[in-house]
Design a protein around this ligand. Structure first.
Ligand code: ARG
Length: 625
């Protein structure tokens, strides 16, 4: 469907043209003075110079033309675009759209399964690299942002009609693996993994649990900082693993298995789903040939034993260091696996675009990787690389978010604290079945976390404020859900009322049959029961309708700019408009059934738009709260 604002602009543009001015002056925007008008065109002022005419004169001519269009439509019984058009000094054109025209647009939107959003004419294949957890390290809040933002970007691009592949790209190939292997070796030197002469089958069972594993890494990491010998050992273990030494490989496989099972559970709790569970190590097979090619084609040179590609450009204002492809000991680095991963992605998925959702402090790394990939022609020129760097999640003290005791906040703990908070609130609000309240708390808690994150522009740091994010009022996830639950409850009551009304006569005849039919009716979809959206009668109703028309353009912007926060601010405005309309209108008690059915249709559409909106953000609404 065309965008509502484009239709409005087109009407004004054709009036400019009919008056002898260039159509482009008719570009119309949403008014920033909603007390005066809904839309505004400032083109007459811009046209002054070219036509050497006072803007007010131009505005008046255009207004007369628009009025003539409106009168003609009324005479012919078609729908005029505008109700009121007015020229205001020094040359503004103030516009109010006609209620019928607005209702007509929303009727079409309600009939459209994509709610007015057009699918991309040329769908792209997009890979989204997000999540980025490191195996054997506990998920912490830093990875939370990547998961939340990436998941939303994935859903938005998919909704826009693209073919989207989400890849978790686990970190499993660097020094961290060497550290874990070294620590296990110190603790249990007799395990067969460390016996180079061992030729049998290694044990099926991992020599550690997930909680042991999570303790092993920080211990090893701390030791390596103090003990040079230990560090050397870990570096050597990393190199051995990358070379494919059998025992190290088997141990690494255990680390992966134990860790991935835990990660799947954690991401599942966040409503985050990856299409691919690829890892840095999956790029290893490409590395030798890649290094060979870079040398042979003259892109790479050797420097103190290391293999290097220069990626600086003349226009650089900041120094961009060269890419190290292989260290002097032959080990692969983070840059190496990222480059080789590009080869894998091109080969298997032929993407048009790769989007990386990673902490913005890694921007330089990606600048190097993207430049190197282009320079060494790992990708076709048309392939787009996008780096979506996000800011830090801070605590109220403005420092990176920590536990109350000052430690690193683990994701599991953060989620359970929020859920507990939500559970308390729900039980305070009304008496609820504890089990249902737990389920609801989980849904609402997730909305608090995700909306709190996504409502900020991704690149900015933000303050994770539990009290604010879990509030049912203000610009929060729970407020959006509360609004949706309110609509659901009105619709449910309406359904019961309507079904009861229609079946009142039948009950006398055969009560069991009538009861069955009433049950069936109450299960009817909303659209079957609700009527047509009619011309708005009240001001708050019209405001709600105008808000709804923005949906397709909001989605388009969110997709183009990779900006979920645009969806947040839209659904917040929409929720406010809905609540104002609700407070000013007696919907269920209204005596005119057709008018009532129209409002029900409007609520149904609003609910669908909100449902789509939160789905694109990655959370769901409960039935009650
Ligand atoms: N594992 C990395 C980290 O924790 C993030 C991975 C991001 N993606 C990538 N292709 N480098 O910092």
């Amino acid at each position: 469907m065309k965008k509502f604002l484009d239709l409005i602009s087109a009407e004004v543009a054709s009036a400019f043209e009919a008056c002898g001015y260039e159509a482009s002056y008719g570009k119309t925007g949403i008014s920033n003075r909603p007390d005066l008008c809904e839309y505004q065109c400032n083109g007459a002022m811009a046209a002054k110079k070219k036509y050497q005419k006072a803007p007010f004169v131009i505005a008046n001519e255009v207004v007369e033309k628009l009025k003539a269009n409106r009168n003609l439509a009324r005479e012919q019984g078609t729908t005029p675009v505008f109700d009121s058009v007015e020229a205001v000094n020094p040359g503004f054109i103030n516009l109010k759209v006609s209620g019928d025209y607005l209702a007509g647009y929303l009727k079409e939107m309600a009939a459209d399964e994509n709610l007015s959003v057009e699918k991309a004419a040329q769908p792209k294949t997009i890979i989204i690299d997000y999540g980025g957890a490191n195996v054997a390290k506990p998920l912490h809040v830093g990875h939370l942002r990547s998961a939340i933002i990436g998941e939303s970007i994935k859903r938005i691009c998919r909704f826009a009609g693209h073919r989207v592949i989400g890849d978790v790209h686990l970190g499993d190939w660097g020094l961290q693996m060497g550290l874990i292997i070294t620590e296990v070796r110190h603790r249990k030197p007799d395990l067969p993994y460390f016996d180079e002469s061992f030729e049998g089958d290694y044990p099926q069972e991992a020599p550690f649990t997930i909680s042991e594993l999570e303790e092993i890494y920080p211990t090893a990491s701390a030791k390596s900082k103090e003990d040079e010998v230990y560090r050397e050992e870990a570096l050597a273990a990393t190199a051995k693993l990358q070379e494919g030494v059998r025992g190290y490989h088997a141990l690494w496989q255990h680390i992966l298995n134990v860790s991935i099972a835990d990660l799947k559970k954690n991401y599942g709790n966040l409503n985050v789903e990856f299409d691919l569970w690829k890892k840095e190590s999956d790029a290893q097979p490409y590395i030798p040939d890649m290094a060979e090619m870079m040398k042979k084609e003259g892109y790479a040179y050797e420097d103190q034993g290391a293999l290097i590609v220069d990626v600086k450009e003349e226009s650089d204002t900041k120094e961009v260091p060269p890419c190290i492809i292989l260290k002097s000991d032959g080990a692969a680095l983070y840059t190496t696996t990222d480059l080789a991963t590009i080869i894998d992605r091109v080969k298997n998925y032929d993407p048009d675009e790769i989007i990386y959702v990673v902490d913005k402090r890694q921007e330089m790394h990606f600048t190097q990787v993207f430049r190197c990939a282009r320079k060494t022609k790992l990708v076709k020129e048309e392939v787009d690389f996008k780096f979506l760097g996000f800011g830090t999640m801070n605590g109220k003290d403005g420092k990176p978010f920590k536990t109350r005791e000052g430690g690193v906040m683990r994701l599991e703990r953060l989620i359970s604290e929020i859920n507990e908070e939500m559970y308390k609130k729900i039980m305070e609000n009304h008496e609820a079945d504890p089990e249902e309240a737990r389920r609801t708390a989980k849904l609402v808690g997730l909305s608090a976390i995700k909306y709190g994150d996504l409502s900020n522009q991704a690149s900015k740091d933000y303050i994770f404020d539990v009290d604010k994010f879990t509030s049912f009022e203000g610009n929060t996830g729970p407020y959006i859900l509360y609004t949706m639950v309110r609509i659901k409850s009105i619709l449910a009551k309406y359904r019961v009322n309507t079904a009861a009304g229609q079946d009142a006569g039948l009950f006398a005849a055969d009560s069991s049959e009538a009861k069955a039919s009433a049950d069936a009716k109450s299960k009817n979809t909303e659209s079957e029961l609700s009527g047509e959206i009619l011309t708005p009668v009240g001001e708050s109703e019209k405001a709600l309708m105008l808000e709804l028309t923005k949906f397709n353009s909001v989605i388009e912007q969110a997709e183009e700019e990779l900006a979920p926060h645009k969806i947040c601010s839209f659904i917040y405005d929409l929720s406010n408009a809905l609540n104002r309309f609700y407070h000013e209108t007696k919907i269920l008690a209204h005596e005119d059934a057709i008018q009532q059915a129209s409002w029900i249709a409007l609520l149904t559409l609003t609910l669908r738009v909100l449902e789509t909106g939160i789905d694109l953000l990655g959370f769901e609404a409960p039935e009650r709260m």
